[in-house]
Ligand binder design. Sequence first.
Ligand code: ADE
Length: 422
Amino acid sequence: MAADPTSDIADVGLADDGDARIEWADRSMPVLARVRERLAKERPFAGLRFAACMHVTTETANLVRALREGGADVALCASNPLSTQDDTAAALVARHGVRVFARSGVDVETYYRHIDAALDIAPDLVFDDGCDLVNTLHASRTELLGGVRGGCEDTTSGAHRLRRMAEDGALRFPMVAVSESTTNDMFDNRYGTGQSTLDGIMRATNLLVAGRTVVVAGYGLCGQGIAERAAGLGARVVVTEVDPVRALDALMQGHQVMRMRDAAAVGDVFVTATGNAAVVNTEHFAVMKDGAVLANAGHFDVEIDVRALTSLAVARRRVRRQVEEYVLDSGRRLLLLAEGRVVNLAAAEGHPPAVMDLSFAVQALSAVWLAREGSALAPGVHAVPADIDREVARLKLLAAGLEIDAMTTEQLAYLRSWRQGS
Ligand code: ADE
């Protein structure tokens, strides 16, 4: 149990390990470090209270450090029951003055109790990853709504939920869709999800990817990243899609394209990244090969129909950490990773810090914008201001010691003019 009664963590004794790993991540997060220094000088969050529902990882810890340097009081809870790094949670409580309500492997009831506990801070700004905290605020903590100036949402699935709330006229404050900023979309979704998903599958199974057929459901930026990394490791990649343009893109990238019902019989590993429910279901379980591996990379645990798999199984047992074997009556064994929850965070460490550097620098700067101008923004979903995106990319290049060209006066004039043709 936590030493600090205002937190609920697994073991405060893990703080040393957590701090060492937070520092290790920090080495790959130079942009966030620059932002942190700026926040320490300017103190834009002085006197403000933040509630954050995010994956409790070393990268998030560095974001929270930056927010704290900016003057904020922060309460943090987990955005997934399996993604908490207990040592990181301990370090945040013991060394960084953060109230943390997160333990790895909690049940759904505790997960929501932790969200409630984080909300007890009575936040001025909120940080969400999947919209569970914003949803809870609007459903059962309405007394706090008036005090919230705005917030940031970190994932595509969360932004989707927020838009449905806004359409229903339910969303009561402005939320910035950080996941849709250009830097986040291009780098976090593609390179972050791509690498960390394969990392999660390999850590959970120790499987040789080369020569296997990997079926990727969904060819958005996350699916593209997963397909690229799987192909890079020597897999034959099959893509399933509902969008004809994306399916065509997958084909032109050299992947096979088919319906899930056809892919089900040939795949060795299935990875879902669609944001939709029951993409892999009973019809597919019925024809899968013995030993097929099922993993989900989407935010919510709805993409693989785990309930249907459970009711089809005649036996079930844990065969390795984060690997559950479901035996069907035909004797075929299907291997479900991380309970069908987000595999890159449950079985590995999530996106590497070098990529979260961009996402979290965008998030910290968006928070500054919200703290200053949130009250002037209408309730609804807002884009990250374009200058924040450009500034973060510029700082990342600077940190890498790279310089890029600037347009000449003649080039600027050429682009502004319509008179000069061939
Ligand atoms: N989402 C994906 N990867 C993450 C990470 N490393 N930390 C926090 N949130 C994440």
